[in-house]
Design a protein around this ligand. Structure first.
Ligand code: NAD
Length: 504
């Protein structure tokens, strides 16, 4: 079924299709779905209605041992890295085709599991997944080494080689896409991988593991273990045979993983962590409506569960009141909570009741600190069983308040006013995070100065969230130490060898 056919489906059709959906619930090791060694499971819950969707295998040390051993066997017998590059490329390209072929199934798994609106999965997540797979497939035979200038009698080669069994631990906000941002470059580089997806939304990744084998990927090259972070995740991070760990998730867990690496085998740890991204609106911006429109999308898309969400709105005092007026009107019109299986829905539930409680506790703290809350209501009785929250905006806040400093990871933005460029810059950089930032102005010299001075890995000018596969994505400061997307991500899963020949 084509993307266009899926996009044309109605709410009733999706609801009916959801009744017939089958779900793989095991781990995926050596090309097969398997239960946990001790048969343990955990409940996978639909956040839109609180119902149990599936009982997933709950992995522990023994399951991680089995998955890593399978990956190590595949590494040692060279069944993946030993293939000609174009053969590996074909597997990843076929996997992209299979993702498209199974788009309706993957979209439903994602929507039921974490509450993401189905139209977002079809229009954003899945197209990005296939782009990522195809981009890194195409990179496979573009990796080059070097021959350096040496004295006569010597030949010096610099080559880049895969590393071994890489572990990947991923979050729930874009379950499939965040995993594929790891898997595609790890596999393209010739490594084997063990993935531990988020326990909040494991279903789509579990399906993807099977599709890799269906695409011709050798069993054992991509293994997956489901389970809790403190159990399966910890075991993977501590495993002595995992050469590198690639993580996307919270800053707090990222710090733990660095400690686990130190306690075990000093594995390399690549981190993509949290954010509190500032958007700076200068009074000379081109078009206030267009800026407000992007500001609204920048915080309420995916119910604000986005690492680079533009959650700190730094607005010049000259335009502050009008900005807030248009922002609240636009948000109320564009983001009304609804059933994520309805293609018209733009704001689904948060990923879990626990996340809803967490967000509400942070909002209560903002009120206690003296900020004023506009919007942010819980929706009506019809949605009461789900983890829903309407779009929320704090005004009258200072940048030192917790609502301007802490990552809330929900549909909650905070406006902080400023009076000068210097003040805007100081406020923007006053954060432990440094993932993304944007500046809105018609003065490109000024924009360029902001770009130079902003402490962020990604900066947008007169836009927000734009980009393609050529954009390295990752943060400064406590937002991480690595980059996803771009060829440099593939290179980060290679290690460099220098070979010096005496040629006589
Ligand atoms: P999280 O840190 O709670 O969990 C992420 C993953 O880590 C999950 O798979 C979880 O099971 C695992 N985990 C938890 N404790 C662990 C432990 N002790 N040992 C090993 N693994 C453990 O994050 P989340 O709530 O799933 O996702 C939200 C976070 O992810 C936010 O902070 C968000 O900013 C961040 N994120 C960052 C990016 C980026 O590119 N920088 C992208 C998406 C999400």
């Amino acid at each position: 079924m084509t993307l266009a056919q899926n996009q044309a489906k109605t709410h009733a059709q999706w609801t009916e299709r959801a009744q017939r959906l089958s779900m793989a619930t095991g781990h995926f090791i050596e090309g097969r779905h398997v239960p946990s060694v001790d048969n343990a499971t955990f409940d996978c819950i639909n956040p839109a209605n609180g119902r149990v969707l599936a009982q997933m295998a709950r992995g522990g040390d023994a399951d991680i041992d089995a998955a890593v051993a399978s990956g190590l066997q595949a590494w040692n017998d060279r069944r993946w890295r030993g293939l000609p590059p174009r053969q590996r490329m074909d597997v990843l390209l076929r996997l992209a085709d299979l993702v498209e072929h199974h788009a309706d199934e993957l979209a439903l798994l994602e929507t039921l599991d974490m509450g993401k609106p189905i139209s977002d999965v079809l229009n954003i997540d899945l197209p990005e997944v296939t782009k990522t797979l195809r981009y890194f497939a195409e990179c496979i035979d573009k990796v080059e080494g070097a021959v350096t200038h040496t004295a006569a009698g010597s030949l010096h080669l610099i080559t880049h080689e895969p590393m071994g069994v890489v572990g990947a631990i991923t979050p729930w906000n874009y379950p499939l896409l965040m995993a594929v941002w790891k898997l595609a470059p790890i596999l393209a580089a010739g490594n084997c991988v063990v993935l531990k997806p988020s326990e909040q939304a494991p279903l789509s990744c579990t399906r993807l593991a099977q599709l890799f084998v269906d695409a011709g990927g050798p069993p054992g090259v991509f293994n997956l273990v489901n389970g809790l972070g403190s159990e399966a995740g910890r075991a993977l991070a501590l495993h002595p045979d995992v050469i590198k760990l690639s993580f996307t998730g919270s800053t707090a867990v990222g710090k733990l993983l660095m400690a686990y690496a130190g306690q075990s085998n000093m594995k390399r740890v690549a981190l993509e962590t949290g954010g509190k991204s500032p958007q700076i609106f200068l009074p000379d911006l081109y078009d206030l409506d267009a800026a407000v429109d992007r500001a609204v999308g920048g915080i309420y898309d995916n119910a604000g569960q986005v690492c680079n969400a533009g959650s700190r709105l730094l607005v010049h005092r000259d335009i502050h009141d009008e900005f807030v007026r248009r922002f609240t009107a636009r948000a109320a019109q564009a983001y009304c909570p609804g059933d994520p299986l309805d293609p018209a829905t733009t704001l689904g539930p948060l990923a879990s009741q626990a996340q809803l409680r967490n967000v509400q506790a942070r909002m209560a703290r903002g009120l206690a600190e003296g900020a004023q809350l506009l919007m942010g209501e819980s929706p009506g009785a019809a949605l009461a069983a789900g983890a829903y929250l309407g779009p929320a905006l704090f005004v009258g806040a200072s940048n030192r308040m917790s609502i301007a400093q802490d990552e809330i990871f929900g549909p909650v933005a905070t406006v902080v006013p400023f009076s000068s460029d210097e003040e805007a810059l100081a406020l923007a950089n006053d954060s432990v995070y440094g993932l993304a930032a944007s500046v809105w102005t018609r003065d490109l010299n000024k924009a360029h100065k902001f770009v130079r001075e902003l402490e962020a890995g990604v900066v947008w000018v007169n836009c927000f969230g734009d980009g393609d596969m050529t954009q390295p994505f990752g943060g400064y400061k406590q937002s991480g130490n690595s980059r996803d997307k771009h060829m440099m991500s593939l290179q980060s899963y290679l290690q460099t060898k220098s070979a010096w020949f005496q040629t006589g």
